[in-house]
Design a protein around this ligand. Structure first.
Ligand code: ADP
Length: 367
């Protein structure tokens, strides 16, 4: 029985990976063949959409395998729920279809609770992105209420709705009601797993097709006191914008990945490239860069060791780790090994620029 499930899972996976990959590979090669500007733009936009889908799939699969292995991390801390909701709202805003409104409905003026910040955001974002995907007009509202010993969260949309029959199935893996709408069919099953791990329940209500849906979940309510914010560290590097470009040392063994950094950064920074950890240590000595961007997996000497070597001579140079692995445990290991920041590949270009700008000019570094 479990073998059959495994085969079905793999067949599904293979299909889900090949579909976007097919579009990416196909349109990339068409791109080189056409000179027509409108066509190029169209192809690029298709490629980008499918890139996103593939990325989502990879991160869903990682989560799923961590859930299976029971190693998904849950770090409980004091969380400001209204702040979390606002952050989530901002994250999802860009995913709405035109004309659809998104609104967080604040009902509890101040609410600090002991909970898992990242997992809670993940579930909310997942439900909201689904709502955005299946809502063409009207609005999406979300919020939370305190109900005795429980917190009750809801995401309500005016979208296509879900039939009673399908409501029972959608929390299972790879279930999609409409196979033509982009998605992996994994989101809700991950949400269900997470909510269950957090000792809550999840469900959906819908009057049926065309009548919108309300997804809801609960988690235990454990109130906390408000906390003082003090996670900003002052890091003066260049006091004024100096005339010369700041130097960034990039340790990266993969040529395409270095080319990507170069295309993004060469306009504003002087770049020094190291092909491995050993070279990174040498070039750091020679150029005294303002910032180091450090890949983790490199030949000869990896990013951890190179960072330890650099830390022997400079305690202060900001070193940002960049890695293709994206487990939360890697992040912890990285933060304990002398790095100042962390980004996972694929690099979010805008965030990288902001991070560097803060680090070098803004004198602030979010830790
Ligand atoms: P997917 O990645 O396909 O969205 P999910 O597990 O998140 O995977 O959702 C499974 C299916 O449930 C979707 O494909 C869709 O058919 C249905 N669904 C989820 N959210 C909504 C919603 N807000 N409105 C209508 N249908 C939804």
């Amino acid at each position: 029985h479990s073998d059959r499930l495994k085969s079905a899972f793999l067949a599904n996976m293979s299909h889900e990976i090949r579909t976007p990959l097919n579009a990416i590979v196909g349109f990339s090669s068409l791109l080189t063949a056409t000179e027509n500007e409108t066509e190029r733009k169209e192809f690029i936009s298709i490629i980008e959409t499918n890139n996103q889908l593939l990325l989502q799939l990879v991160s869903d699969i990682l989560d799923l395998s961590k859930i299976e292995a029971n190693t998904l991390e849950f770090n409980y801390q004091n969380v400001d729920l209204n702040q979390l909701a606002k952050d989530v709202e901002n994250t999802v805003r860009g995913r709405l279809q035109t004309g659809v409104a998104l609104q967080f409905v604040p009902e509890v003026p101040v609410c600090y609770v002991q909970t898992e910040h990242n997992r809670l955001s993940q579930v909310l974002i997942n439900l909201l992105v689904n709502a955005a995907k299946f809502t063409e007009k009207g609005e999406i509202m979300f919020g939370y209420k305190i109900r005795g010993e429980e917190l009750y969260f809801y995401v309500k949309d005016t979208g296509i709705g879900i039939s009673l029959e399908n409501q029972k199935k959608i929390f299972e893996r790879f279930t999609k009601v409409n196979t033509f709408i982009q998605g992996t069919g994994l989101g809700l099953s991950i949400c269900k797993n997470i909510v269950t791990k957090m000792k809550g329940r999840i469900g959906v209500e819908s009057e049926g097709e065309g009548k919108g849906s309300t997804f809801w979940f609960t988690i235990p309510y454990k109130p906390k006191e408000a906390q003082k914010e003090n996670n900003l560290t002052l890091m003066p590097l260049l006091n004024e914008r100096s005339k010369e470009k700041p130097i960034i040392l990039i340790a990266e063994d993969n040529e395409s990945n270095y080319m990507l950094f170069k295309s993004i950064l060469q306009k504003d920074y002087e770049l020094v490239h190291a092909w491995d950890g050993e070279e990174a240590v040498e070039l750091h000595q020679k150029f005294h860069p303002h910032v180091v961007i450090m890949d983790i997996n490199m030949p000869k000497m990896d990013g951890y060791e190179a960072t330890r070597e650099i830390r022997k001579v400079s305690k202060t140079v900001p070193i940002i780790a960049v890695t293709a692995y994206s487990f939360a445990s890697d992040k912890e290991k990285i933060m304990q090994n002398g790095f100042n920041g962390y980004m996972s590949k694929p690099v979010d270009i805008q965030r990288l620029k902001e991070k560097l700008d803060y680090t070098i000019h803004g004198n602030f570094m979010m830790m």
